[in-house]
Design a protein around this ligand. Sequence first.
Ligand code: GDP
Ligand code: MG
Length: 462
Amino acid sequence: MSRCSYIIMILPDLKKTIIAPATPQGKGALAVIRMSGPEAFRIFAAISSRRFSCPAHKQVSLVKIKAGKTVLDEAIVVFFKGPNSYSGEDTVEISCHGSAYIVREILNAAISCGAVSAGPGEFTFRAFLNGKLDLSEAEAVNALISSDSAASHHAAITQTEGFLSAMVSGLKDKSVTLLAEIEARLDDSDGLIPEADLNYFSDISEQIRKEVLSASESFKAGRHIKEGLKIVFAGAPNSGKSSLMNAFLGYDRAIVSPMAGTTRDTLESSIEIKGLKICLTDTAGLDSSAGDSIEAEGMSRALSALRNADIVLLLKDSSEPESKADKLAAGKVKDSICEGTKIIKIFTKADLSKHKRKRNGIIVSSVTGEGIEELKNKITENYLSLSAESASAITSARHYEALSAAAKELKELSFLLKRRNSPLELAAEHLRAALNCFGLITGETAPDDVLAKIFSSFCVGK
Ligand SMILES: Nc1nc2c(ncn2[C@@H]2O[C@H](COP(=O)(O)OP(=O)(O)O)[C@@H](O)[C@H]2O)c(=O)[nH]1
Ligand SMILES: [Mg+2]
């Protein structure tokens, strides 16, 4: 999205009443349309068969919806009176039949009576502006909609319940108390307040910094929880990468063939194992003799997948002696991976192999399924604690950056306080900067364009 396009919608105009479908486009048994704003009840009355000048909060009615005299549908309608609604405004939720035509006509009818189409995330943006939730809770709503594993769901649901807000609010309270102590000394020209105990101040600052660091360090786990573990299949051509990926998934995602060079691009798919999201990437064989430009591009994508991998499965055909291509692939993997990436050696085609001796790796067969369970256990063994950590992990890069910036300010603050004759003005500046970072997470100090960017990543209708 260009900078201009989100600058234009920086803050929603709360005087307007917005409307949008809350369910995906297309045919379905039911569709939900949401309308929110000061005119929501009046506009709904104008498109319905009954007069609803002042419906009761949470009133549910079965109503005919009309465009002029034409009946469009009979729908269940729920009324929420602001401020007790999701957005904090008067809201009408229409559950109509899930025809794309009906949805479009209801939207058109409401728009012709004064409603405007909602922007992405605008219902939640309004909820934020109306103080119904803070920014981290609003982001958690989006994460909840995108959650695709038990762990990512658990992390999102605890954040919608305010875990992160409570943690940040605790950090803010401690920082504000310390700032008040420092500012009192700055304002105390008459010397009425006891002199600052800089050691004590420094201890408090260190305490806050340690809490911030422990939260920001959980981002490593949080990233895995949200984005999943990145597993890459690598090895010589024909070592059985695509077959193993398919065996893992339980369906034929990748084309398998005895012809070397069948997989020319990287192929991605994800599954859930033991509550964790696992992203699998099949790669083109790591063959230096990659001839044409497509193969060369395939190779370069494979190397880039290796650089981003958490675990690389290095495959070798166990029914054949080790080849030059195997050695080459192993070398390429070692040269390309980042520090911390784990390599698991896999000996494939166990059903064809005469020697079933296990050599520092796992023997698998994509044909009989042998070894697949063992491999799944091996992949997840070091990450099982992630499910437990998901309740308190930082999952957003934005939150991580804000916490890291706060930790940096607090480090400078402690350093300053430990020095004799430190200028307290400077100490107060570092503390204010740290507070500003905390406010970025909960939204108080987030600039309008940052807010607009965050909400523009939401679905329309949320
Ligand atoms: N018998 C047997 N054949 C396999 C197995 N895995 C792969 N193959 C065969 O080996 C060939 C290459 O497999 P493929 O998955 O395309 O290898 P890739 O080039 O590494 O992706 C194909 O003919 C597969 O049918 C296996 O576990 N057992
Ligand atoms: Mg392949």
